[in-house]
Design a protein around this ligand. Structure first.
Ligand SMILES: Nc1ncnc2c1ncn2[C@@H]1O[C@H](COP(=O)(O)OP(=O)(O)O)[C@@H](O)[C@H]1O
Ligand SMILES: [Mg+2]
Length: 1040
């Protein structure tokens, strides 16, 4: 939790408080401490009533819980409710028994000490229900494991068993506890309920043989008769009819609508098996219960001598069978008493009255001892054998203050017990609180309260108290009767303000008292006791003979309950009331050593009706329970106090000055601490040894802060520890990593070394191979040569010529690859050629064929030939549109094959003229626009001359059949090679073309010759030389 959520939590508490204040008109206030008129009993009662009518049965006085019996089922005990109250601060939620239980549990957990919850109130006020609710809450809220669940189930189920045997319907309560019960629940340090222990107090045994009108015997009898299986009843010799049994019908109300004996029987059966009662235990147990019923039905008659004799043996035989006692022994035991006279034992017969008395005494003894056995057995089952330290929460649910029309010895004991508990309550709360303030020197206005010590003394004071007088009377030799007891009391304590008898009373009171009555003014009210039966019940005499008879029993439980080791001296055992008194002293000691918590139960009406709030009745209880005094003390006081050292010890982490250690005195430390926490002066007081904190919220805020801080500290410690652990782990991992690294490095180094050794070998071999590379293949160079081969081949692969033209770029082979290289080169060139050839188009092929022809004619002969190679040939150089139609018409029949523009040099004077030269299939034409200037039939073409230089001149030599014919043609053509190649192909006159050097002679006209001289010069020039020759100068081209 961080500080923000802490703040939220505080706000939440405040909001809740405010909410409860605003709801006050309707539901009253949930803590009487907040009551304005806290001294007014009326206001107190109003609040209680308001809440009761809203089904709000719980109200706090500080940490004390007041509970009003609703006499109806309320939907406030669900698992969900338990969850809501688990681990929540006491005052944050509406008051609930779960809140108290949770608070006790958590205080125990955090302070690791023992606690008890004192549940008090008169009979029927809801004590037993409250204790069950608390137990159920722990059963659900405590940590659970299989083992713990086992203990939990036993703790829970011990209740129905004990209630069956120890509870009965009374006028006050249909399920009235007729024994006192103190139960310790043991918790281990994790808060798991690991065991339990039950102490039982004074079972009202007289109920076994007698019930007042409107009351019943203990539940178990009716459960057995109503619910027992047929076989079982047959085996026990019982009839399914409670009316049949004398011990069950004296109250005349065997059937009660609020009690379902049949289903309760089932519950008890189940519970017994969970608490690990064996088959034979159960058999013996019910054998005893049945025996008691049979005993009750045994009748006596007066025989002729006036003594008692059995009127019918049948019931006696059942008892004999069930308890495993020989019939005769039993019979004698029921009708005779044993008297020890000096040396011999004499059996004297009973009168009928005596026999009935002895029978009832036996029944009570059997039942009473069996009940104790039962408690022990349950304790065995709840015992925790583990010796580790435990803390306990004790639950005290003891019979409440009881007032009947006729009150006897039992009521005297019960009310005395309540008197003692009230005294304890006073000591632990009001008195101790006041004394504490005084002792601590805290300013304090003391609250008057009624201290019931005076009544306790009246009952228990040595020699003078009622108990002493009673015992005295019981033990006194001579004729002591209940009436002599009364007289003695009148004599000894007659003047006591809380004691009245008929004789001692004033006129008015006397009317309310019988002669055999005495009245005690208890803290909780007046109770008139009828003295009849006091001595008997206190003596609880079981004739010795009875005990001896029981000792012979084969029934394991009876055997255990009547051990032969039991002192059999003539000395009387302690009286009942003395035993009870010492057990209460023991209880007080147990309780005083623990931290107390209180639940005060209030009975809203005597009719056991829901929704009825009897003001007078409740007011009376509020008064005698001392609730007003408690409230006044609470109001004046402080909610919380702790010894300085304990407070400091717990909260010192909250202040940097006190953490981790405070050097000075604890009080100084606390001062420093609360200053740091910002307590306001009105919120606390510093006593001599303790700090007193006025409001719970102050403490809660501190506690919450502590919880936050605790977690932080725990986290820090955890972090340190984790760090330490992780460091260790890290070191380990690091070592491991280093180891692995070392191994890895070693391995890598070895590998590297191997690799190097291998490399050295390879290099050596390589060098040797290199040195002997020119020797014939041998072991030394074979690998090297293979390498060389491979290397060359790879190199070759990467640098193969891309075209045939680059074939000279073939990589130079190493000597051993020379031959292979040549072969490869050849193959590769073939391959390239093939590829090339395959790749060329027919057009290109014919072009190339022409070029081949050109080559054969001019290659190496004419200087400018090389430049022509790259210039592709065209089909023609003059498109038909550019040839005059007239010409076309004239020569069309001959098919024009090629035409090219030329410059014609006049034969006389060598003037240049632009002409078209057209080759048809049959002849070459020189055309000037529309005129055919000259036709040269191929048959009359004698030859063609060109120079070896780089000019473009060609001279067509013609033969003459006719003198009028024109002479040879001197032409200059830019497409010389193309034109001549075409001509040679068209005219099929390849050999006619001559490459000449120097000059060419030509016929101007038949018989008249001319010359064209060729020479190389600085510039290309054509001119008529002085010698009358046409001089063609051409620049020298650099041969490629
Ligand atoms: N919290 C409760 N809710 C419902 N009914 C209750 C409650 N407390 C007591 N009762 C009723 O009152 C009866 C008497 O209560 P019980 O606890 O036996 O009284 P006590 O032990 O004080 O004599 C119960 O049997 C039950 O019917
Ligand atoms: Mg009870």
């Amino acid at each position: 939790m961080d500080s923000k959520s802490l703040e939220e939590r505080c706000n939440q508490i405040l909001r809740n408080m405010e909410a409860s204040l605003t709801a006050r008109d309707r539901v009253g206030i949930q803590d009487f401490v907040l009551l304005d008129a806290y001294t007014s009993e009326n206001a107190f009662l109003d609040n209680l009533r308001k809440r009761f009518h809203e089904n709000l049965i719980y109200t706090y006085i500080g940490t004390l819980l007041v509970s009003v019996n609703p006499y109806k089922e309320l939907d406030i005990y669900s698992k969900k409710q338990m969850d809501t109250y688990m681990g929540v601060n006491f005052f944050e939620l509406p008051p609930h028994i779960y809140a108290l239980a949770d608070n006790v549990f958590r205080t125990m957990q955090s302070e690791f000490n023992n606690h008890f919850i004192l549940i008090s109130g008169e009979s029927g006020a809801g004590k037993t229900e409250a204790s069950k609710k608390i137990l159920q809450f722990y059963a659900v809220s405590c940590p659970s494991t299989k083992l713990l669940n086992n203990v939990r189930d036993r703790l829970l189920l011990s209740n129905p068993v004990l209630e069956a045997f120890g509870n009965a319907k009374t006028l006050k309560n249909d399920n009235s506890s007729r024994f006192g019960k103190y139960m310790d629940i043991q918790f281990d340090h994790q808060g798991g309920a690991v065991g339990g222990h039950i102490l039982s107090y004074l079972l009202e045994k007289s109920r076994v043989v007698h019930q007042n009108h409107g009351e019943r015997n203990f539940h178990i009898f009716y459960q057995l008769v109503e619910g027992g299986e047929e076989d079982l009843l047959r085996w026990l010799g019982l009839e399914r009819n409670s009316q049949h049994y004398r011990y069950l019908v004296q109250g005349n109300c065997a059937k009660v609508s609020s009690i379902n004996d049949k289903s309760d029987w089932k519950t008890v059966q189940k519970a017994l098996s969970v608490i690990e009662f064996s088959e034979s235990d159960i058999e013996h147990l019910f054998g005893i219960i049945a025996s008691v019923l049979h005993l009750g039905n045994i009748k006596f008659e007066t025989d002729v001598r006036g003594y008692a004799s059995l009127s019918n043996n049948q019931e006696m035989h059942w008892v004999s069978k069930l308890l495993g006692i020989p019939a005769q022994v039993l019979q004698q035991g029921l009708t005779h008493r044993k008297i020890e006279a000096k040396t011999e034992e004499v059996f004297t017969p009973f009168s009928v009255d005596h026999a009935v008395y002895a029978r009832d005494a036996l029944a009570k003894a059997i039942y009473g001892r069996t009940f104790n056995w039962l408690v022990n057995k349950i304790n065995e089952s709840l015992a925790n054998k583990d010796s580790s330290r435990k803390t306990v929460i004790g639950l005290l649910d003891i019979y409440g203050f009881e007032v009947f029309n006729v009150n006897s010895f039992e009521q005297f004991c019960i009310n005395y017990c309540n008197e003692k508990l009230q005294q304890l309550f006073i000591q632990l709360t009001i008195k101790s609180e006041q004394e504490e303030y005084e002792m601590e020197g805290i300013e304090w206005e003391s609250v008057p309260y009624f201290n019931n010590k005076i009544i306790c003394d009246l009952v228990e004071e040595k020699h003078r108290g009622i108990i002493s007088l009673l015992d005295e009377e019981c033990l006194r030799p001579g004729e002591a009767t209940d009436l002599t007891l009364l007289e003695k009391m009148e004599e000894k304590i007659g003047g006591h303000p809380h004691f009245v008898t008929h004789k001692l009373a004033d006129q008015k009171t006397r009317k309310t008292l019988e002669r055999g009555d005495f009245r005690l003014l208890h803290y909780a009210g007046e109770v008139t006791y009828c003295v009849v039966g006091f001595l008997d019940k206190n003596n609880d005499l079981l004739y010795r003979n009875g005990k001896e008879v029981m000792r012979q029993s084969k029934n394991a439980i009876i055997k255990h309950c009547f051990p032969s080791s039991e002192p059999d001296t003539k000395r009387r055992p302690e009286t009942v009331v003395t035993q009870f008194k010492s057990s209460l002293v023991g209880l007080t000691e147990i309780l005083m050593s623990k931290e107390p918590w209180y639940v005060r139960c209030i009975k809203p009406n005597e009719a056991k009706q829901p929704g009825r709030f009897d003001d007078v009745l409740v007011r009376h209880q509020v008064k005698y329970l001392g609730l007003m005094e408690h409230l006044r003390v609470r109001r004046a006081g402080f909610a919380y106090r702790r010894k300085y050292d304990i407070f400091l010890q717990r909260y010192k982490p909250l202040c940097p000055d006190t953490w981790p250690n405070w050097k000075g005195s604890a009080a100084e430390g606390v001062k420093r601490l609360i200053k740091h926490l910002g307590y306001r002066p009105d919120e606390y007081k510093m006593g001599k040894t303790k700090i007193f904190i006025r409001h719970p919220r102050t403490l809660f805020a501190t506690e919450d802060a502590f919880q936050v801080c605790k977690h932080k500290l725990a986290t820090r410690i955890q972090a340190k520890y984790k760090g330490y652990r992780v460091k260790g782990d890290f070191q380990k991992q690091k070592d491991a990593a280093t180891k692995i690294e070392n191994c890895w490095r070693g391995m890598m180094a070895r590998k590297e070394r191997e690799k190097r050794a291998w490399a050295v070998k390879v290099i050596k071999k390589f060098i040797k191979g290199f040195m002997t590379r020119n020797n014939p293949a041998c072991i030394d160079n074979s690998e090297y040569l293979a390498y060389v081969r491979q290397n060359y081949l790879t190199r070759l692969k990467q640098s193969l010529p891309k075209t045939v033209l680059e074939k000279e770029a073939w990589p130079t082979p190493p000597p051993i690859m020379k031959e292979a290289s040549q072969l490869l080169k050849k193959i590769y060139i073939c391959h390239m050629v093939r590829k090339y050839v395959r790749g060329i188009t027919p057009q290109r092929k014919s072009q190339l064929l022409l070029k081949v022809q050109t080559s054969s004619m001019f290659k190496g002969k004419k200087e400018n030939y090389p430049f022509s190679v790259c210039r592709p040939f065209m089909d023609t150089r003059i498109s038909p549109e550019d040839i005059s139609i007239k010409v076309l018409q004239m020569i069309r029949h001959e098919h024009i094959k090629y035409s090219v523009p030329v410059v014609k040099y006049d034969r006389n004077g060598f003037r240049p003229r632009l002409r078209q030269l057209i080759f048809t299939q049959d002849a070459a034409y020189l055309v000037e626009e529309a005129k055919i200037k000259q036709r040269i039939d191929y048959s009359s073409l004698k030859g063609v001359s060109v120079s070896n230089l780089s000019d473009n001149f060609l001279i067509l030599h013609v033969t003459y059949d006719d003198i009028k014919q024109k002479g040879d043609l001197v032409l200059q053509c830019d497409y010389l090679f193309e034109a001549l190649t075409k001509l040679s192909v068209i005219a099929n006159k390849q050999n006619y073309i001559k490459v000449v050097q120097g000059s060419v002679r030509f016929d101007i006209q038949p018989g008249r010759e001319g010359f064209v001289d060729f020479k190389s010069g600085q510039e290309s020039m054509v001119y008529r030389a002085k010698n009358g020759h046409l001089m063609v100068e051409s620049t020298r081209t650099k041969s490629r």
